[in-house]
Design a protein around this ligand. Structure first.
Ligand SMILES: Cc1ncc(COP(=O)(O)O)c(C=O)c1O
Length: 364
């Protein structure tokens, strides 16, 4: 590959602003020093601001999947009944993980590309005695946004905990952890926060913390109670990924300077611009209804006869632009344009222009 910098148009990892790239060069320090505690407190304050929560934000070394696993092994015991809402690759992974951990996991399964229907969740919870519902806010494999406030409200009505994978949605999409009384919300540093992968962030409700006391699944390095004890000392139980902490400190500063409402408005505008441009070029949007369309990734099926992966190849080779591929059963059928994080209308117009040139090349 040429040394030309790549334009990452993925729903994670996402491009890093110059301030963050500089911060990543900071020296390593003792993670049991006051200097680290200060760094920890700054990141924690930024995370609480972003999550709009008064509750502890727990930070675990790992990726988003680590947070999903931590949620399961800290809250449940073998045989516990849970319901997983599935509609794509990541939500199916959550269900598969629950089964792997020995939970009795039923699914409320939707076609890939379809949002969950609150009334259907209600009738399933009415029929069965579930301890929790596993759900993805933004299903990144299909670009679907679930109606989270309604789903969470129904969970509460039926006494089931809401366990929410907000890995790709937090920051780009309105999300009220305290306001919607979510029980477990988790995300990962490489998504909308101008940082590389390496840290997952989790917020637990009081009900969820209580369940960590009685759950019997084994846990050791992902023990959230231990992580909370250390968080109260502004530390982590194990050696933390220091570069990610440095990056997040800068990232949160930039995000705070912009403001949460403005960040969300920017993501909405980027999404609308991209959807309009793709449609005009003859792409079929995988999610038709803009109200349930993801604010951070737009999957699109190319015009008849142009293979999606050929477009991705030309975009990479000629225009140094990295687009996401269709996942699993959608492999080769679509491309997924990420517009999460450090992206603005310029980057969206750039990707649309390069796509037009790529289509012209492939059809000439
Ligand atoms: C909705 C969702 N869940 C889970 C994951 C997995 O996260 P990670 O790759 O950080 O483990 C992703 C990653 O793209 C995601 O978008």
């Amino acid at each position: 590959m040429p040394t030309h910098p790549q334009h990452l148009m993925l729903p994670g990892p996402t491009p890093l602003p110059p301030e963050v790239l500089t911060a990543l060069g900071s020296p390593m320090i003792n993670h049991r020093s006051e200097a680290f505690c200060e760094l920890y407190r700054a990141v924690e304050a930024g995370a609480k601001w972003l999550c709009r929560t008064e509750q502890d934000v727990i930070m675990l070394a790992g990726s988003g999947t680590t947070g999903m696993e931590a949620a399961l092994c800290n809250l449940f015991s073998p045989g516990d009944r849970v319901l997983a809402i599935t509609q794509g690759s990541f939500s199916e992974r959550f269900a598969q993980m629950a089964t792997t951990f020995g939970l009795s996991c039923d699914t409320l399964a939707y076609d890939w590309g379809q949002a969950a229907e609150p009334a259907e969740l209600e009738s399933r919870l009415n029929e069965g005695d579930y301890r929790a519902v596993l759900m993805v806010h933004n299903e990144t494999s299909t670009g679907i946004l679930n109606p989270l406030p309604e789903l969470a409200r129904i969970c509460r009505r039926y006494g089931a905990l809401s366990i929410v994978d907000a890995i790709s949605s937090l920051s780009s999409t309105p999300l009220e952890i305290d306001g919607w009384e979510l029980d477990v919300t988790l995300t990962a540093s490489q998504k909308g926060y101008y940082a590389p992968a390496g840290l997952c962030l989790m917020v637990l409700s009081e009900r969820a913390w209580q369940m960590t006391e009685t759950a019997t699944l084994p846990r050791f390095s992902l023990d959230l109670r231990l992580a909370r004890d250390y968080a109260h000392k502004a530390q982590t139980p194990w050696t933390p990924p220091l570069p990610v902490f440095y990056a997040l400190r800068e990232g949160f500063k930039l995000l705070q300077a912009e403001g949460l409402e403005q960040i969300q408005a920017r993501h909405l505008q980027n999404m609308q611009m991209l959807r309009g441009g793709l449609s005009k070029m003859g792409f079929e949007l995988f999610v038709n209804d803009e109200r349930v369309a993801s604010r951070c990734v737009t999957p699109a099926i190319p015009p008849e006869g142009i293979p999606a992966d050929e477009i991705r190849r030309v975009m990479l080779e000629k225009y140094h632009t990295v687009l996401g591929a269709g996942l699993r059963k959608l492999s080769g059928k679509m491309l997924r344009v990420g517009h999460l994080g450090y992206q603005d209308l310029n980057t969206i117009l750039g990707v649309l222009g390069c796509l037009e040139l790529s289509l012209a090349e492939l059809t000439s």
